[in-house]
Design a protein around this ligand. Structure first.
Ligand SMILES: C[S@@+](CC[C@H](N)C(=O)[O-])C[C@H]1O[C@@H](n2cnc3c(N)ncnc32)[C@H](O)[C@@H]1O
Length: 247
């Protein structure tokens, strides 16, 4: 899977320390700096089209809660709230959280909850703090997760900790709606390129049923080598359903 290209082209995996508690501490300062310097190329100025196209097929109940890890100031949260969901994001940077509410003309109330600050306006809430420090009692019950550029914002050796933490946080039957961008390997067949990514299998197969809902191949310039011919990328929509509650 393509790594989201902030805070620097590649987050140095060695920066991360995984404590015995499972808590990861590493690149937080870089992310915070990134937001202060407005180096936020990952931010999308419009709602993700794959979200608005495929989310309705989930047929979730009006008012159901959606958890958005590593949410940034994503406009996708606005769209989810417009669909009637109660949305809770978690985001490290207070700059991102403040921008989100201000840029969308919202007037949040702020509440200190231990090491987190909860910002809330109507159906939209963001907990400002470290995802890896969250516990289930901080967020309450969630059956649905929206992940765009959250798993992939983290370096590869931290992603299994991200998934383990997600499993601790959400219900045993939760569903994760996951969007990825995958660069086709040079020698990959079409079947391989259009299938479930090997890393997704390694991360999720033990605890989740994996449904690859949609694949779109796009030829686009390589931002790191603009002189080279366009490269092919697969934009994928996954639906991952936790089966850890099943015997
Ligand atoms: C690549 S951005 C994606 C943001 C959002 N999902 C989107 O689609 O625009 C990753 C976000 O994760 C946040 N982040 C990184 N590590 C975090 C952590 N440990 N806890 C909470 N947020 C974190 C960063 O500040 C950044 O806003």
């Amino acid at each position: 899977m393509r790594e989201t290209s902030e805070p620097h082209p590649v987050v140095e995996a060695e920066h991360f320390v995984v404590e015995e508690s499972g808590r990861c501490d590493g690149d937080n300062q870089l992310w915070l700096q990134c937001w202060r310097d407005q180096h936020t190329d990952f931010h999308q100025s419009e709602v993700n089209p794959l979200l608005s196209r495929f989310w309705p097929s989930l047929k979730l109940a009006h008012g159901s809660r959606v958890f958005v890890p590593l949410c940034g100031k994503s406009l996708d949260m606005i769209w989810l709230a417009q669909q009637g969901h109660e949305v809770l994001g978690i985001e490290l940077s207070p700059v991102a959280v403040e921008d989100f509410f201000r840029e969308n003309g919202l007037h949040p109330a702020k509440t200190q909850l231990g090491e987190f600050t909860l910002w809330n306006d109507g159906r939209l809430s963001i907990l400002c703090g470290d995802y890896f420090a969250l516990s289930r009692s901080d967020i309450g019950h969630f059956d649905t997760v929206y992940d765009r550029a959250a798993l992939t914002a983290l370096p590869e050796n931290i992603r299994s900790h991200y998934v383990a933490q997600l499993q601790r946080l959400v219900s045993d039957t939760a569903m994760v709606f996951l969007l990825t961008v995958e660069d086709a390997a040079e020698n990959a067949t079409m079947t391989q390129a259009n299938g479930v990514d090997e890393e997704i299998k390694a991360l999720y197969l033990a605890g989740f049923e994996i449904d690859l809902t949609y694949v779109e191949s796009v030829f686009e310039p390589d931002p790191e080598s603009p002189g080279l011919p366009p490269r092919r990328a697969e934009y994928k929509v996954y639906r991952l359903t936790s089966n850890s509650g099943k015997t």
